[in-house]
Design a protein around this ligand. Structure first.
Ligand SMILES: [Zn+2]
Length: 238
């Protein structure tokens, strides 16, 4: 057995492996993405199994393996988010949040703000049914962009620095653009612009409200920024 270590983690995904095992994709505060085998967890009497469901926040003892996978030897629950599992909308939002982290943060480089953000999002979705809104999901995604280093420029034209007439968004320029720099952009109305700014500025629990058309534009701005700069394609937030 390799060296043992302790870490907290959120279980992003769990895949069947062999007869009774599972391979888990974990996101940790100090080791970034970690892959781990949980042995025997699909047996009925497994002590580990119930605590290692996707969307759970856990405290783990693991052994480093020879390959890329660690082996889990002990798991304690920090927060299993039981309430969000009972509500379909909350469950879908939580799954989307984990999926976004899985796709966007795939390295072993630690990113504590991203870890904290994910924990906060899951706790929020667990605590109230109202947080499973489209605006809230987009605010999470916007904050995740910031944590991952892909936040778009919103204060001035990303191409020339102009601070007025910012009515469009250019994924390639990396943010809002003015009327003179509109090539390769799409319209981003005032409400959508305000939403993106507010989503970054306000706490996660206070996502700014916005009409659906504005949220669609904000969604597109976030999605195309990720596609262009991170080469990651996420399911749209509807
Ligand atoms: Zn410009």
């Amino acid at each position: 057995m390799g060296k043992s270590y302790k870490t907290e983690a959120v279980v992003l995904r769990s895949i069947r492996y062999g007869e009774a095992d599972r391979v888990l994709h974990l996101y940790t505060p100090d080791r970034g993405r970690v892959g781990a085998v949980a042995k025997g967890v699909r047996k009925v009497k497994s002590r580990l199994g119930g605590r290692l469901e996707p969307l759970s926040r856990v405290r783990l003892v693991m052994y480093e393996g020879r390959g890329e996978l660690s082996t889990i030897s002990q798991a304690d629950s920090v927060h299993s988010h039981p309430a969000l599992r009972e509500r379909r909308a909350s469950l879908e939002r939580a799954t989307q949040a984990c999926e976004a982290v899985l796709r966007l943060l795939d390295s072993t480089e630690p990113n504590r703000p991203a870890y904290n953000l994910l924990c906060h999002e899951l706790a929020l979705l667990d605590s109230s049914a109202e947080s499973a809104s489209r605006a809230q999901a987009l605010a999470f995604r916007m904050k995740l962009l910031l944590a991952a280093g892909f936040a778009p420029e919103l204060a001035s034209c990303a191409a020339c620095g102009e601070t007025e007439h910012l009515g469009a968004f250019s994924p390639s320029a990396g943010g809002v653009v003015c009327a003179g720099c509109e090539a390769g952009s799409f319209p981003l109305g005032e409400e959508a612009h305000r939403f993106l700014v507010g989503a970054l500025a306000r706490p996660l629990a206070e996502a700014p409200p916005a009409p659906d058309t504005a949220l669609s534009q904000a969604d597109r701005a976030i999605a195309e920024t990720l596609e262009y700069h991170a080469h990651v394609r996420l399911r749209r937030v509807t």
